[in-house]
Design a protein around this ligand. Sequence first.
Ligand code: ADP
Length: 181
Amino acid sequence: MRKSIGSGTLSIVQGDITRQQTDAIVNAANSSLLGGGGVDGAIHRAGGPEILKECEQIAAEIGRLDAGGAVITTGGRLAALYVIHAVGPIWRGGNQGERETLASAYRESLMRAVEKGLGSVSFPSISTGAYRFPVDEAAGIALGAVRDFMKGNAGLKLVEFVLFDAATLQAHEQALGQIEP
Ligand code: ADP
């Protein structure tokens, strides 16, 4: 499923993000930047040690990366040239600014891509796994944030959501059906 946004395309597919050939893929990282489970573990396994090495260098410089932020490293052995490590919020019931923090994680990721002049980016569903953000609401926030950003950045030609399971895919398809282009 896809929708034209400005001069680009917003696309939703089911699949494994580690296999995408966009210029960058986004990792749902944690504040330590030192790897974890879920999509984070899958990206480091597939991309090899060079990615973790750069993450460690960044962590040594900046310390922990607050939720809502994103940093960029090499893609190592991945087909994608870069990995953008974004930290989403841990869901704590919805009164701790989780929605705004989630939108920020998407915006900051796209800023890192634009700073490098990249044209295509793949996202997983940030925060809806171990961080337990309810996926239906997360999907609407994610797509809204990406749409708003794409409208102001003509260089972004393709933003793709690569969703691992059918329920997460369905939540994003429904949200894409509802957002204004
Ligand atoms: P978070 O800690 O931000 O919640 P998780 O990695 O636990 O991150 O989950 C985020 C989403 O990534 C979940 O929907 C999970 O199913 C999905 N996921 C796990 N592995 C992959 C993969 N290889 N490609 C795409 N999505 C994945």
